[in-house]
Write a protein that binds this ligand. Structure first.
Ligand code: SAM
Length: 224
């Protein structure tokens, strides 16, 4: 998507705002029951049919890459970004823990003839799931950061950083009205040994913290 991208097909409730209802497990699975795939895919099909620009993340990522690059989409969901990047000639791996989302991803990739390797796993397990692989870029788009299991965020950022080749880029985009601030995220990246490279408030490269209203969305690029 092109603006301050929050995929609108996200659970409306935010139990994390109420400590009494704080989810014990992975926030995405707790909030969706692991069955969101078909509705999520249908939502984006409708947006595409209405002419909405859904390629902001893929365009942003592609602009950072020389083709062909090795790209990992972390929390790929229905594969929106991975499929677009594969169609541009990059070598794609998509990892997600929600089988219902991956079913849609596989279907969509097959439909357009995109070659993507899909893996069902928790991102915190990346070192075990992809022990010997290095990627030129890891992208976590569409609010993945705010749906992780509470308390695992720093470890997941470290796992994503560990999957990067030297000089590789970690790209994330997430809403700022939940429980993850851009300062939190930058700190986790620093702890993982990454260097801050670029910061925006939209995938269209609107500047971050430009003054006026506080940012509602963060797009961050860090380098290993
Ligand atoms: C809002 S969806 C975004 C999907 C996709 N990135 C997009 O932009 O359309 C969030 C995704 O993060 C995935 N996710 C959340 N925590 C995860 C974890 N610990 N490991 C793997 N995937 C995770 C969920 O399963 C879900 O598919």
């Amino acid at each position: 998507m092109s603006g301050a991208e929050t995929p609108a097909e996200t659970p409306a409730e935010n139990p994390a705002e109420n400590p009494a209802e704080k989810p014990a497990g992975n926030r995405w699975l707790v909030e969706t029951g692991g069955t969101r795939g078909p509705a999520y895919a249908e939502h984006f099909r409708k947006l595409a049919a209405s002419g909405a620009d859904l390629d902001g993340e893929a365009r942003f990522v592609a602009s950072l890459l020389r083709s062909p690059a090795r790209v990992l989409e972390a929390g790929c969901g229905t594969g929106r970004v991975a499929v677009s990047l594969a169609q541009l000639g990059h070598t794609l791996t998509g990892v997600d823990l929600d089988a219902s989302m991956l079913t849609e991803a596989r279907r969509d990739a097959l439909r357009v003839g995109a070659d993507v390797r899909w893996l069902q796993a928790d991102l915190i397990e990346l070192p075990q799931v992809l022990p010997c692989e290095q990627f030129d870029l890891v992208v976590a788009a569409g609010n993945v950061l705010v749906y992780l299991t509470p308390g695992t965020e720093a470890a997941v950022v470290a796992a994503m950083a560990g999957a990067l080749a030297p000089g590789g880029l970690l790209v994330s985009g997430f809403v700022l009205d939940r429980h993850v601030s851009s300062a939190d995220y930058d700190r986790w990246c620093e702890q993982a040994g990454l260097l801050a490279a670029q910061r925006f408030s939209t995938w269209d490269r609107a500047p971050a913290d430009a003054g006026g209203e506080p940012d509602t969305y963060a797009v961050r690029v860090h380098r290993r």
